[in-house]
Design a binder for this molecule. Structure first.
Ligand code: NDP
Length: 280
C-alpha cells in the first residue's frame, strides 16, 4: 500500500482546502533539544506546510528549557491568532512533564490530537482531532478498500499516540479489535488470527511471516534505525504472506504528515466558525 502516492494526493487536496478557506493558516512547531530524528521530523512537517500554503512558525528551544518556560511559550501560541495549530515534538527532555505540556495546548489548536480533550472525544465517537498516525492509517485502509466491518484486527502496541487511538478507529469501523503489548501471552497466536494487523512497537522485524495469516493486511508503523537503514517492525518474509502491506519507508510516515496537514485545515475551520467546535 503506497502511502507516499496517497499522501501526495492528500497534500494537493489540503492545498485546495487552504485556498478555499481564504484566510491564512499557520502551524507552530515546538522542538526542545537537539535530537536528530526529531529535527528531521520537524523539518519535514514544516516543508509539507509550506507546500500546501500553511505558514510554519518554528520554535527551537535549548535542551535546558524548563517546564515553566515551555508552558509560557505554549500560552503565547494559544493566544496568537496567526497560529492555527500547535505541535510539540515528542519526546521532551526529562525535566519537562510531557502530559502537562500536552494539557496546556488549547484543545481547538491540538492538531496532534494528544490532549485528553481530543482523546476523550475520539473515545466517545465524536472526534475533534485524531492523532495523525492512526488517522493516516485509516485513510490508507480506506484507499485500498480493506474490509473492516466484522474483520478481526490486531493492534500491537498501546501507546496514547498510536496503538490506543488506532484501536478506537478500527472499532468505530466495526472491526473486532484486540490490543497487544509487552505482556501479551503468545503474541504470535493472537496476530495469526488477524485479518488486519497494525504493528506499532518499535522493534525491527518483530512481526515475522509465520505470525501472519495468508492474505492478511499488514500495516507497519515502526521506525527503527538498523545499521544506518530505516526499517519497520515487520520482517521481510511477511511480504510473501500478506495480501496488502505498507512499506517502510513510504507507507505510514508520509500519511502521518498528510494527516497533520488535514488536522490543521480542520483547526482553521473550527477557528473560522465554519465548523462547530464542541464546547468542553
Ligand atoms: P511506544 O514505545 O510508546 O509504544 C510501544 C508499544 O509496543 C508499547 O505499548 C509496548 O508495550 C509495546 N511492546 C514493546 N515490546 C513489545 C513486545 N515484545 N511485544 C508486544 N508489544 C510490545 O511507541 P510508539 O507507539 O510511540 O511508536 C511505535 C513505533 O512506531 C516506533 O517505532 C515509532 O518510531 C513508530 N512511529 C512511527 C510513526 C510514523 O509516522 N510512521 C509515528 C509514530 C510512531 P507496553 O505498553 O507493555 O510497554
Amino acid at each position: 500500500m503506497d502511502g507516499k502516492a496517497l499522501a501526495e494526493r492528500v497534500r494537493a487536496e489540503v492545498a485546495k482546502d487552504i485556498e478555499e478557506l481564504g484566510r491564512p493558516a499557520g502551524l507552530a512547531t515546538v522542538l526542545v533539544g537537539d535530537d536528530p530524528a526529531s529535527e528531521i521530523y520537524i523539518k519535514r512537517k514544516q516543508e509539507a506546510c509550506r507546500e500546501v500554503g500553511i505558514e510554519p512558525f518554528d520554535h527551537h528551544l535549548s535542551a535546558e528549557t524548563t517546564e515553566e518556560e515551555l508552558l509560557a511559550l505554549v500560552g503565547e501560541l494559544n493566544a496568537d491568532d496567526r497560529v492555527t495549530g500547535i505541535l510539540c515534538q515528542l519526546p521532551l527532555p526529562d525535566q519537562i512533564d510531557e502530559d502537562r505540556i500536552i494539557r496546556s495546548i488549547a484543545p481547538i489548536k491540538d492538531v496532534d490530537g494528544f490532549h485528553p480533550f481530543s482523546a476523550g472525544h475520539l473515545l466517545q465517537g465524536s472526534p475533534t482531532f485524531v492523532a495523525a498516525t492512526p488517522a493516516g492509517i485509516m485513510e490508507i485502509l480506506r484507499e485500498y478498500e480493506v474490509e473492516l466491518l466484522g474483520a478481526r484486527a490486531v493492534v500491537v502496541g498501546r501507546s496514547n499516540i498510536v496503538g490506543k487511538p488506532m484501536a478506537l478507529l478500527l472499532l468505530a469501523e466495526h472491526a473486532t479489535v484486540t490490543i497487544c503489548h509487552s505482556r501479551t501471552r503468545d503474541l504470535a497466536a493472537v496476530v495469526r488470527e488477524a485479518d488486519v494487523v497494525v504493528a506499532a512497537v518499535g522493534r525491527a522485524g518483530m512481526i515475522t511471516g509465520d505470525m501472519v495469516r495468508e492474505g492478511a493486511t499488514v500495516v507497519d508503523v515502526g521506525i527503527n534505525r538498523v545499521e544506518g537503514k530505516v526499517v519497520g517492525d515487520v520482517a521481510e518474509d511477511v511480504r510473501g504472506r500478506a495480501g496488502l502491506l505498507t512499506p517502510v519507508p513510504g507507507g505510514v510516515g508520509p500519511m502521518t504528515i498528510a494527516s497533520l496537514l488535514r488536522n490543521t485545515v480542520k483547526a482553521a475551520r473550527y477557528q473560522a466558525g465554519v465548523l462547530a467546535f464542541p464546547l468542553d
